[in-house]
Design a binder for this molecule. Structure first.
Ligand code: ZN
Ligand code: ZN
Length: 304
């Protein structure tokens, strides 16, 4: 029992992106609690190694050897797997082991978080090919790498992720940040899983949020009930005499199941929200804009 409970703390630490970005040196060399427990004595080690559920949360970062990642995954047997994989190395061989591991455990994946540079993540989108029938939560967090300007082809400037339609059980998808045009492998159209209920999109300060592309993307998530748009940069105007230029020519996007909307804006983009009126969301119940619920009062207008 104590062994199964020990799997829990590691799940919490898996949220530390600082650690994965290598920005928190004090955490280097830290050992997961599973390893500490297994090191107590040979009896504990035997039990720990046999407790499959202790090994189903794994962070495969730059400090974890390939062999250790393999072995831990194997100890998890066929239990559902929560996996974090860092691709903070643009070299070919650094990626190869990690993609191979993802493919090998793809049938067990319950959650997958990929953190890394654009170049390797672009490759992962096409190299991770095996089915992920149980994957419920998928996050792609892209970090800036100085080498990528020289090595990423023009073709790869768009965000390139595996098509969500290849995840039939997917409920939650997070992409941070969005790059436009947004592309998936093999193609954008018709790729979005109807199972997705929670969608989170983070935007960059520059270039600005491409509203037309964003709407096109949103429209593809037919059964979405919860939407988070982070660091939105759509219109800088303080006020408009007429219609907002950012929304001219855009059709409303129909989000019939949407119940909860959370928006944060990029610095200086917190005055004009005319674009919100293009969200046709008749089921909307909760609106939170920049941590304020005052928009709640405008709900009928947004929804209408
Ligand atoms: Zn790079
Ligand atoms: Zn405006």
């Amino acid at each position: 029992m104590i062994f199964e409970a020990a799997a829990e703390p590691l799940r919490n630490t898996s949220d530390s992106l600082f650690h994965l970005s290598g920005m928190e040196p004090s955490r280097r060399g830290r050992r997961p609690s599973q390893i500490d427990i297994a090191a107590v004595c040979s009896r504990w080690r035997t039990i720990a190694h046999k407790t499959a559920t202790m090994w189903n949360t794994i962070i495969f970062d730059n400090y974890l050897a390939n062999e250790a990642a393999e072995e831990w995954c194997a100890r998890g047997k066929s239990t559902p797997l929560d996996l974090v994989v860092a691709f903070l190395d643009c070299a070919e061989e650094g990626r190869w082991h990690r993609v191979a591991l993802i493919n090998r455990v793809s049938h067990r994946l319950r959650t997958l978080k990929l953190v890394g540079y654009k170049l390797p993540l672009n490759h992962v989108a096409s190299e991770w090919t095996l089915p992920a029938p149980w994957l419920q939560t998928y996050e792609v967090l892209t970090r800036f790498c100085y080498c990528e300007d020289h090595t990423v082809s023009m073709d790869a400037t768009g965000m390139f992720i595996r098509a969500p339609s290849s995840f039939p059980a997917l409920r939650s998808l997070k992409i941070s940040p969005m790059y436009f045009p947004w592309r998936t492998a093999p193609a954008f159209d018709g790729c979005c899983a109807s199972s997705v209920q929670d969608l989170t999109l983070s935007f960059q300060d520059w270039p600005r949020t491409d509203l037309a592309s964003t709407f096109r993307l949103l429209a593809a998530f037919q059964n979405m009930t919860s939407l988070k748009l982070e660091n939105v940069a759509i219109c800088e105007a303080g006020s408009h005499a007429t219609e907002c230029t950012a929304i001219v020519g855009l059709e409303p996007v129909h989000l019939l199941q949407l119940q909860s909307l959370l928006v944060t804006t990029s610095y200086g983009f917190d005055s004009c929200f005319q674009w919100l009126h293009l969200l046709d969301a008749p089921s909307l119940r909760t609106v939170n804009i920049n941590n304020s619920q005052s928009w709640q009062r405008e709900l009928p207008q947004i929804a209408g």
